[in-house]
Design a binder for this molecule. Structure first.
Ligand SMILES: [Mn+2]
Length: 332
């Protein structure tokens, strides 16, 4: 390992970024959660980790802020076969339900089938909770890699047992504040609604939101724990001459000392994630998003953990995601 030179050609050694570390040698562990059961539009996010692994050896690993960060060791676990199987079976069932709902069938008539999906989602959440609890107990810094945006709830619960209070920075095109979506309690569109039920979550700061419903706006306006930096508002401020650093300062000021980063890749401009589940025009540039994370770190606030979700199953999407993942690992 001492002879390893990250400036050499990326080696396809089957490990993330072609790094030479095993699990025990790694301070940072990426847990893939190949789950997209309640995905309503595009699909493929359950294959993201394989695609990212494939693309990750294309990266040059020199990090301007933390050139030695990679030495801490970064390791990605394998996909769980059991979760892959569950995802496959129940995604098909959920698709049938969604198709019937879209044809106008009443939700009440499908309740039994919907309940079954909710039951399996609970099983997934329990699995994520157990996996991440074990990793945290081994003193690993954990990045959860989706899958869709429903996947991190078990991780947030695990973190809430380690940290009395923390805030969430949510980079996302959507507010994800729906009280269940299409009857699914653990829909990707409900993750932050569910996160608000966790006592330790004292703040959710949303950045890049530009596709939302009235119910969500009402919640944003009425719950003081939520602060939303709408994409439109950020851009309007920039167009009228406001300094982007000032906007970042306001975002960081809104966050408490401990920060969890929930990065839905659809928060970025869709040219950077064309195959994500629900792409939305507008959004952040790659460097605009990274600069927020960089400044959280330099502000002295503590990044306790991250997720990266909704990455589509395509080379370019995975290439962007691999870079994001590496950056997040270095800032962690
Ligand atoms: Mn989302």
């Amino acid at each position: 390992m001492k002879e390893y030179n990250p400036s050499n050609v990326g080696v396809k050694n089957g490990k993330i970024f072609g790094l030479p570390f095993n699990f025990d040698e790694s301070e940072i562990v990426i847990l893939p959660v190949p789950w997209e059961v309640t995905t309503s539009f595009g699909s493929g996010t359950s294959k993201a980790s394989e695609k990212i692994l494939e693309q990750s050896t294309q990266l040059d690993l020199y990090h301007l802020d933390f050139p030695n960060a990679w030495k801490k060791g970064i390791f990605m676990l394998n996909n769980s076969k059991e979760i892959l199987e569950l995802n496959k079976t129940y995604k098909a069932k959920a698709q049938e339900i969604i198709a019937l709902l879209e044809k106008g069938k009443a939700q009440a008539e499908l309740q039994q089938d919907i309940d079954k999906i909710n039951e399996v989602s609970n099983k997934l959440n329990k699995w994520v909770f157990e996996q991440t609890t074990t990793l945290l107990n081994q003193n690993k810094k954990v990045i959860l890699l989706g899958g869709d945006h429903s996947t991190p709830i078990g991780f947030l619960n695990a973190l809430s047992l380690k940290h009395k209070n923390f805030g969430i920075l949510q980079i996302d095109a959507h507010a994800d504040l729906r009280n269940a979506y299409e009857g699914f309690t653990h829909s990707h569109a409900s993750i932050m609604y569910n996160a608000l039920k966790i006592k330790a979550v004292e703040k959710i700061v949303q950045v890049g939101v530009r596709d939302l419903c009235e119910e969500e706006v009402e919640l944003i306006n009425s719950d003081t724990r939520i602060e939303c930096f709408y994409d439109k508002k950020i851009k309007q401020d920039l167009y009228s001459g406001k300094n982007y650093n000032q906007i970042i300062k306001e975002i960081i000021d809104a966050l408490p000392q401990k920060v969890y980063i929930s990065f839905d890749i659809d928060g970025l401009d869709p040219k950077l994630c064309p195959n994500t589940g629900t792409p939305v025009a507008g959004g952040l540039e790659y460097t605009q998003a990274l600069e927020i994370i960089r400044q959280i770190k330099s502000s002295g606030k503590e990044i306790i953990a991250c997720d990266l979700v909704e990455v589509g199953n395509a080379d370019w999407d995975a290439n962007v995601a691999a870079r994001l993942l590496y950056e997040m690992a270095c800032y962690l």
